[in-house]
Design a protein around this ligand. Structure first.
Ligand code: BES
Ligand code: ZN
Ligand code: ZN
Length: 496
């Protein structure tokens, strides 16, 4: 798929379809008005008769029957003008591209959505069109032929030649973001018989080769030497070998310090001996979405080249029951020396992260951000639209919230109350791996906090957001690739 910016008049574009926009409750303006005029007032008539409302997400198809070079006009509802955001550009682009793909369009020309609203950075708008269109068209087609043929070319048509360099910069960044997010989606959508810890390590190694990153893959012997009994414990029930993957990007040669991105990489979570119910257990192939996001973010960061050093750490393992599996009641020792009573083998994410976070702290990574499909409780608390965010450092939290805002990824901060720590106390070990009945996302986060020491840290619980059961905007069914763009935006902002 080609996507580029050209100078011209969108009404005259030689494409199968052109995309214009319409704000809810308004009459056509700008390019939309020009198209309306060429179509003899078809758009305004449809608005008057109530056929087109301009609601966000609505795509109205009008056939031009020779009145314009393009055969189809898609009027993309953009919602109320006052509610307009860069993220709506992503949504509008995704919806309109998917509608046009269904109509067999191969070449699409689009206006720069939002350009007529003052105060929005045009570079961000161009990036949003690329991200929204391509992620909205994303398909996981490894095991089944896609229903529709792909759109081959998208042209962003801009009248003002002077804006070209800025828009092209946005397109370039957008392409990097799309490639990385799609990589994360591909990894998460891949079934667990293919996406094993070893396969994750292979992909990380391929990414490292392609992007000139340093990669290290530690095997179980090396984990044993490092004292990672928690990660090893979780892996013991499976025949798949666990891997601890690190990927390093060096963007600032004059500095020794690096920030750390840690991603949970449970390639299948059956629950282990504390086995999950079989209904929907298949969804637990997505339990490595945090790890996939970290690999993908490093790939994008290596292309965008911010002046900062970044290390990704991905503990990868399966969580299965067997004669050698971890049992409820077992006590294990994490890399930082803390002993953990395993009350429930299904709370395995926090166990492997205990070792990965200890590793990050030992290697002086700071600040540290971890991403994990950690708790069902987080889905209960926030639903599927928001990831939970926790931090021991409000300044870092604000930075992460801002980065997520730029990326269009929704986070909601939850507290880390000192008094809830009581729930993680064990009678026989330093800590246990489950709390009481309520507040499970918080007690899980507090557990992780015991392994970061004083390092500024943010934990993102993406259990509810890693996968989507419906198609909407630039989100399609299956893996969302959540976290990738937030991590990239964060690295870019910390480099400034
Ligand atoms: N991987 C799950 C969390 C999860 C649940 C992710 C739903 C995506 C969707 C995690 O390892 C888990 O099983 N957590 C348990 C913890 C409990 C045993 C304390 C949970 O949330 O039920
Ligand atoms: Zn689990
Ligand atoms: Zn899990």
């Amino acid at each position: 798929m080609e996507i580029k910016v050209i100078v011209g008049d969108v009404t005259q574009a030689e494409a199968d379809a052109i995309v214009v926009n319409l704000f809810e409750g308004e009459q056509p303006a700008g390019a939309t008005a020009a198209v309306d005029k060429a179509l003899g007032g078809a758009i305004s008539h449809l608005i008057d008769s109530g056929g087109i409302k301009g609601k966000f997400g609505e795509v109205s198809i009008i056939h031009t029957f020779g009145k314009l070079p393009a055969g189809i006009v898609a009027v993309a509802g953009s919602g109320k003008r006052r509610d307009f955001t860069v993220d709506r550009v992503r949504g509008v682009s995704g919806e309109s591209c998917r509608s046009l793909r269904k109509l067999n369009c191969r070449n699409v020309a689009t206006v720069l959505h939002g350009a007529d609203i003052g105060g929005i950075d045009p570079e961000a708008l161009a990036e949003a069109i690329v991200v929204g269109s391509l992620l909205g068209l994303y398909n996981f087609a490894r095991y089944k032929k896609p229903e529709y043929e792909d759109i081959k070319e998208i042209l962003i048509v801009e009248k003002d030649e002077d804006k070209l360099p800025v828009l092209e910069r946005g397109v370039c960044k957008g392409k990097v973001m799309v490639e990385a997010t799609s990589l994360a989606r591909d990894m998460v959508n891949e079934p667990a018989n293919h996406m094993t810890p070893s396969r994750m390590a292979e992909i990380a190694t391929e990414v490292a080769g392609k992007r000139n990153l340093e990669v290290k893959v530690f095997d179980s012997n090396e984990m044993e030497t490092m004292g990672m009994e928690a990660l090893l414990g979780v892996s013991r029930g499976s025949k798949q070998a666990p891997k601890l993957i690190t990927l390093s990007y060096k963007g600032n040669e004059s500095s020794e310090s690096a920030i750390g991105f840690i991603g949970k990489g449970v390639t299948f979570d059956s629950g282990g001996i504390s086995i999950k119910p079989s209904k929907d257990m298949d969804e637990m192939k997505d339990d490595m979405a945090g790890g996939a996001a970290v690999v993908a973010a490093l790939s994008a960061i290596a292309q965008l080249k911010p002046k900062i050093n970044v290390v990704g750490v991905i503990p990868a393992t399966e969580n299965l029951p067997s004669g050698s599996a971890l049992k409820p009641g077992d006590v294990i020792k994490a890399m930082n020396g803390k002993t953990i009573e395993v009350k429930n083998t299904d709370a395995e994410g926090r166990l492997i992260l205990a070792d990965a976070l200890s590793y990050a702290v030992k290697h002086d990574l700071s600040p540290v951000v971890d991403l994990a499909t950690l708790t069902g409780a987080c889905c209960v608390a926030l639903g599927t639209g928001y990831s939970g965010a926790f931090s021991n450092n409000q300044e870092l939290m604000e930075r992460v919230l801002k980065a997520a805002g730029r990326a269009g990824e929704k986070l909601w901060q939850l507290p880390l109350p000192e008094e809830y720590k009581e729930q993680n106390k064990s009678e026989i070990a330093d800590i246990k791996n489950i709390g009481d009945k309520y507040g499970g996302a918080i007690t899980a986060a507090l557990f992780l906090g015991e392994f970061v020491g004083n390092t500024p840290w943010v934990h993102l619980d993406i259990a509810g957001t890693a996968c989507s059961s419906k198609e909407s905007g630039y989100v399609v069914k299956g893996a969302t690739g959540v976290g990738v763009r937030t991590l990239v935006e964060l690295a870019l902002s910390l480099a400034k």
